[in-house]
Design a protein around this ligand. Structure first.
Ligand code: ADP
Ligand code: MG
Length: 405
């Protein structure tokens, strides 16, 4: 690593995007004595609230993007759907990490899947689809069930349709009408994710494997370490390192995985950034995914990702506010529970507002506790239940996709 490439504390980190991932990066950055500027189209944002400077502008506004970048030592991202042109403008003004190329690959499913296939990684069969005729032949080749996904701008299951023998392909296509990908159905046993940080010198640190339970296509609960054999953990680590090296990635990258019943892994998708499933690391790893992103893009050595204790994370969506202010005191009366809120003022249904983290001697215990904490948010009386009662209750299967709370 060239000495001149290290960006030392006191420097200004820029974040494109202003959501909760940027907020937690900003918190990590401030802890290390960096200054943080954020750029997005909104104001009073989760990131802006903890940044030194919140700039409101369009990603397409070349003059504004350049002016923002000129005030930075390094620019990074908290979401991937930044136009690559904006990244190019910024790259002419300051260091940008990860590179625009990494973003370009991960922004669009056809490019992402082609990259994964060419890197020799296991993925589900797929076909690029740009009209109804191609959809029909792709379904004929890949069979049903299968999943049609828009090539760009999908998240939390949005822009997806399951294709079955009963699907009316003409009307499915009418609701897509844009470059898409048809994917073979993966009969997975579990969903996992692996997060890797890669520094400017090519060094890597992989986070402990996450086991993810979704509800309504949105991440609901993450258990760490994942309850899978050691070999699966090794395979996941190897996949993450292969991806990061193949893109020559600098920063934090997430690989979403499907675990098949026979123990094989299939790569679902990539995120060229920190990930919701990695939030546990803020409280439960020697170095969090956010601090690791900061260290990587600043050219500092990466920290240890060792897990301090088994942990579970539960997302808090806007739905939690349906009956009024959640009972925070009741959840926090469980001493091994931590609350994170993102500073969003409008709790809309399905909107990620915060998360809870709980520790346990085993990951099952942590999962029970975090679900118990979340269900307590619904109690309208501050009952101050003794935390020792938690273990005595019958709680739901942590693998269930039913949301408690
Ligand atoms: N090929 C597939 N087979 C079975 N389930 C799938 C497949 N692709 C996606 N899913 C399910 O849909 C969820 C969302 O899909 P994903 O491709 O990760 O999109 P998003 O960008 O919305 O996260 C996955 O987490 C998984 O539960
Ligand atoms: Mg996904």
């Amino acid at each position: 690593m060239r000495e001149s490439s290290v960006i030392y504390p006191g420097a200004v980190i820029g974040v494109m995007g202003s959501g909760q991932l940027g907020r937690m990066l900003a918190i990590a950055a401030r802890r290390l004595g960096y200054r943080v500027h954020t750029y997005s189209s909104e104001s009073d944002t989760p990131t802006g609230q903890v940044a030194d400077l919140e700039v409101v502008g369009a990603y397409e506004d070349e003059l504004a993007v350049r002016a923002f970048a000129r005030g930075l030592d390094v620019l990074t991202f908290e979401f991937e759907n930044i136009p690559v042109a904006s990244i190019d403008w910024a790259s002419q003004e300051c260091a940008v990490r990860p590179s625009g190329n990494a973003l370009h690959i991960c922004q669009q499913r056809v490019r992402e899947k082609t990259f994964l296939r060419d890197a020799g990684l296991p993925i589900a069969g797929f076909r690029s689809v740009s009209d109804e005729f191609e959809l029909r032949s792709a379904v004929a080749e890949l069979g049903v069930p299968s999943v049609l996904k828009t090539a760009a701008f999908g998240y939390d299951g949005k822009g997806q349709a399951k294709i079955t023998a009963d699907s009316d392909l003409a009307s499915v296509w009418q609701s897509f009408k844009q470059l898409s990908v048809l994917e073979a159905w993966v009969p997975f046993e579990r969903e996992l994710s692996v997060i890797v940080a890669r520094g400017m010198d090519g060094s890597m640190q992989v986070f402990p494997l996450c086991e993810n339970v979704h509800a309504n296509h949105i991440l609901d609960v993450t258990l760490v370490p994942a309850r899978v054999p050691e070999q699966v953990m090794r395979d996941a680590r190897c996949i993450a390192e292969t991806v990061a090296e193949a893109i020559d990635f600098v920063g934090v990258l997430t690989v979403e995985l499907f675990l098949l019943p026979d123990g094989r892994l299939v790569v679902n998708e990539l995120a060229p950034r920190t990930h919701n499933s990695g939030h546990f690391s803020f409280d439960a790893c020697e170095t969090s995914q956010f601090e690791q992103q900061l260290r990587a893009v600043c050219g500092l050595p990466l920290g240890s990702t060792r897990l301090l204790r088994p942990v579970a994370m539960a997302n808090l969506l806007g739905d939690v506010w349906a009956c009024g202010e959640p009972n925070w005191a009741s959840a926090l009366s469980l001493p091994e529970v931590k609350l994170h809120l993102y500073g969003k003022s409008e709790p809309r249904a399905g909107r990620k507002m915060g998360h809870l983290v709980a520790f346990g001697d085993t990951v099952e215990e942590a999962a029970k506790l975090v679900r118990e904490a979340r269900s307590r948010l619904d109690s309208r009386v501050d009952s101050r239940v003794d935390s020792r009662l938690v273990g005595a209750r019958t709680l739901e299967n942590p693998l269930s996709s039913e949301r408690s709370g």
